[in-house]
Structure formats: C-alpha cells, structure tokens
Design a protein around this ligand. Structure first.
Ligand SMILES: *[C@@H]1O[C@H](CO)[C@@H](O)[C@H](O)[C@H]1NC(C)=O
Ligand SMILES: *[C@@H]1O[C@H](CO)[C@@H](O)[C@H](O)[C@H]1NC(C)=O
Ligand SMILES: *[C@@H]1O[C@H](CO)[C@@H](O)[C@H](O)[C@H]1NC(C)=O
Ligand SMILES: *[C@@H]1O[C@H](CO)[C@@H](O)[C@H](O)[C@H]1NC(C)=O
Ligand SMILES: *[C@@H]1O[C@H](CO)[C@@H](O)[C@H](O)[C@H]1NC(C)=O
Ligand SMILES: *[C@@H]1O[C@H](CO)[C@@H](O)[C@H](O)[C@H]1NC(C)=O
Length: 372
C-alpha cells in the first residue's frame, strides 16, 4: 500500500480554506529522544518521562536562550529559528509480552499562525515575537480524561490536544480527543495548540503555564485581560507510524496498545513544550511583513518570506545529538523509561520519577530531581 506523505496529509486536512496568514517550520528527524526537560525540570537529570525533541543542537537540561542561540545546527528547517520543540514520546506495548517499543514519528511540523483579535488582519495591534528567554507548555501530563473543570483555561488546555487516525481509502478514521481504537494505516496524527497570549512580564511561571493563556476559542477569539499580549499561535503536528505494529495486535480483541511515555494509554496526557531560540528581529519581521494570506508570504510558503532562510531537509536531518540519560529507550523495555506505571485514569495521574523502578541504578537516582 502506498503511504501518503504525512506532511501532505496534514497540510491538506488542516489548511484547505485558510483566510489568515501563517508560515511553517518543518522539522526533520528528531534531534534526540531524552529524559530531560529544561522547562519543567531545569538542570535535573533525569526528568520524569522521555521526550522526542526537535530543533537546536544545544538542547540540554539547563539550556537557555543564550545557549540555544549558540547552537551549531537545528533539525528544523528555518535557519533563524534555534528553538527547541519537544513532546512526550509514543510507545507500543506488546499485548503478548507487555514490553514497550518506541514508535517512530515522521518529523514535526510547526505551524506559526496569525490568529485572534490581536492580529492586524482582525483589527488588532499586531502579534509580538516571542521574547528572549520565553518558554511555554501546552497540554497536561497528568490528564487521563476530558476536563469538566469550571476553569475555561483548563478546559482549553485539554481541548488543545486533538487526534486523527489517518485511514484509507479516505480519511474516515476517528477524529477527536483521546486515542482512537483502531489501526491507522497512514498514521496516528496528533496536533497540539500552544497558548497564544502572554502576561507581558514573565518568561516562565511556577506551573510553566500561567504566564500564558489560550485564545478564548483556542485558535481564534480574544486574549484574556490578564494576558493581554497577543503572540503567534504555534500548532505542533506529529504523525506516528502506528501501522508498523498492525500485525502485533487485534482491534476489538486487544485494547488500544499505544501509550505515552507518561504511562498514559488514553492520549489525554499528550503535551508539548517550547523554548524560544529565535532571532527575534527576524521573527518580528516575518510576523509584520510576511502576513498577506492572499500571497505566498502569508499562506504557508516559508521560502517566500525574505526574512527567513529555509534549510535543505537533507542538511537539517543530519543535526542530532546524543542523549544525556544513558538508558534503554528503544525496544523490548520491561518498563517505560523512568518506570512510569500505566495509569489509565480517568482520574488525574501521579507523576513519578524513577522512584517506581524495581532496581533503579544509583546514577539515575538524582537527589535534585523534582516532580513534574
Ligand atoms: C549546563 O550543564 C553543563 C553540564 O553540566 C555545563 O557544562 C554547562 O556549563 C551548563 N550550562 C549552563 C548555561 O549553566
Ligand atoms: C471532550 O470535550 C470536548 C470539548 O468540550 C468535546 O468536544 C468532546 O466531545 C469531548 N470528548 C469526549 C471523548 O468526551
Ligand atoms: C495581498 O496580496 C494580494 C495578492 O498578491 C494583493 O493583491 C494585495 O494587494 C495584498 N495586500 C496587501 C495589504 O498588501
Ligand atoms: C538538498 O540537498 C541534496 C543533496 O545535497 C540535493 O540533492 C537536493 O537537490 C537538495 N534539495 C533542495 C530542495 O535544494
Ligand atoms: C545522526 O546524524 C548522523 C549524520 O550526521 C547520521 O549518520 C545518524 O544516523 C544520525 N542518527 C540518528 C539517530 O538519526
Ligand atoms: C524483542 O522482542 C521480540 C519479541 O517480542 C523479539 O522478536 C526480538 O528479538 C527482541 N529484540 C531484542 C533486541 O531483544
């Protein structure tokens, strides 16, 4: 069977009728898979769960805007962008053996979207480039079900993660929240909307969320008055090759066998992180001057924006680094990295860090570690 190019599918699905400006940063093969997190657990090795990381080569447990700007290369294809993008990794759990195997993803596509009432096209003051040192997260690693919270921002945080089960002959698969239940011949597609409003003051916050907020309609509407500075909305789009495992499980007989590295078989815990490494002048120019949705500068053709330099995919894909946490992460794993137990919910999960490992090795038992 001929596999569709996942990037084509994504663009086609998501942007058939665009009327707002956007460009994209395509990221090639991952920079690294590692159990560190410079936002949630800065300086801590190892952190709670393993992530798939894309972007600049100076990614580290203690990376900063300044260190990212000194990166030698990036696995993403816009030269002015030395940011990092990371998200929880997906594993297949063999129903026969209970063992875990990593599932490959065909890169990451990051959409930079001009959205919301703050955008000039909607009569707003215009969007701000991410400032130096800015970080943000979206999604909730402890979530295992839909949120019924009375806090609209918490509901948006769960709704920010959407799944699509890409199937043949045309896409008639599951499209919604939480994991599907069938094989997805052309891949399991997940999207996460990042918050697009900023408090204008803090580059981070104790929960790594509350300095930012979602637009009232997730990708349209208004910023709350507490977070008045409108930003570009980032949308991450990833497709995992779940079909590689199609002959290893039986939909109907077996439960959905894929889990996130958080120990999540529901999909609700998927989350994404962003650490800014942009040339801020170039980004602001791209926002202000490559924003005409009626011509290529503002309709996704990154090459058309003279402030951005698109790097050849074959060059970007050679940019990778070695994981700092030396542990098995790929195949035949008895436990997920960090021994995160499977927690099916629907209640909020507990975050563990190695404490659950039956024979945790002393070098991984870092006293500085912080719960996520
Ligand atoms: C980050 O940690 C590495 C390894 O411990 C160290 O060499 C480096 O100086 C640290 N960088 C910063 C910016 O703290
Ligand atoms: C989860 O909540 C969203 C938004 O409220 C709703 O559209 C969706 O149908 C819900 N999904 C499930 C599985 O309940
Ligand atoms: C946007 O692009 C279209 C097509 O090239 C052009 O006709 C229009 O004048 C442009 N709008 C602005 C505001 O430059
Ligand atoms: C990318 O680089 C490869 C090898 O250097 C070359 O063959 C290919 O034509 C380049 N692609 C583009 C789009 O420039
Ligand atoms: C890392 O990049 C090198 C080329 O620079 C390549 O040979 C190697 O296969 C890559 N490793 C991974 C894990 O992608
Ligand atoms: C992993 O387990 C599978 C069976 O589940 C087996 O066929 C394979 O040889 C194992 N691989 C390694 C590297 O042990």
């Amino acid at each position: 069977m001929q596999l569709l190019d996942p990037l084509f599918v994504l663009v086609f699905l998501a942007f058939q009728n665009v009327v707002y400006a956007w460009f994209r940063v395509p990221c090639t093969s991952p920079l690294v898979h590692d159990r560190i997190d410079p936002i949630v657990s800065p300086g801590v090795i190892p952190s709670n769960h393993i992530h798939t990381v894309h972007g600049a080569s100076n990614f580290a447990a203690n990376s900063t805007y300044e260190t990212l700007r000194q990166s030698q290369c990036t696995s993403c294809r816009v030269a002015q962008d030395l940011s990092n993008y990371w998200f929880a990794r997906l594993y297949f759990q063999d129903p026969q053996t209970g063992q875990f195997e990593a599932v490959a993803n065909g890169g990451l596509l990051v959409y930079y979207l001009n959205r919301g009432s703050g955008d000039k096209s909607n009569g707003g003051p215009g969007l701000h480039a991410f400032p130096a040192g800015f970080t943000m997260t979206s999604g909730d690693p402890t979530a295992r079900s839909n949120s019924s919270s009375s806090d609209p921002q918490q509901r948006l945080r769960i709704q920010a993660v959407e799944f699509d089960c890409l199937r043949y002959p045309s896409d008639q698969g599951y499209n919604g929240y939480g994991f599907p239940t069938t094989d997805c011949e052309a891949g399991l597609n997940a999207r996460i909307h990042m918050p697009a409003c900023w408090d204008g003051v803090n580059l981070d916050s104790p929960d790594h969320m509350s300095h930012t907020a979602y637009l009232s309609g997730l990708d349209n509407g208004d910023c709350p008055s507490t977070h008045p500075v409108p930003l570009l909305e980032l949308l991450y789009e990833v497709t995992w090759n779940v079909h590689d495992f199609a002959n290893r499980w039986s939909p109907g007989r077996d439960p959905w066998p894929f889990v996130y590295s958080t120990g999540d078989p529901t999909g609700f815990s998927w989350h994404g992180d962003f650490q800014n490494g942009w040339d801020i002048v170039a980004l602001q120019n791209a926002i202000d001057q490559c924003n005409n949705a009626s011509n290529p500068t503002g309709s996704g053709v990154t090459e058309a924006c003279s402030f951005l330099t698109v790097v050849n995919a074959s060059v970007a894909s050679t940019c990778n680094i070695t994981a700092v946490v030396d542990e098995p992460t790929e195949t035949n794993l008895t436990n997920l990295p960090g021994c995160n137990p499977i927690q099916p919910g629907p209640n909020e999960a507990t975050l563990y860090s190695d404490s659950n490992c039956p024979s945790s090795s002393p070098e991984l038992d870092n006293p500085l570690r912080a719960p996520e």
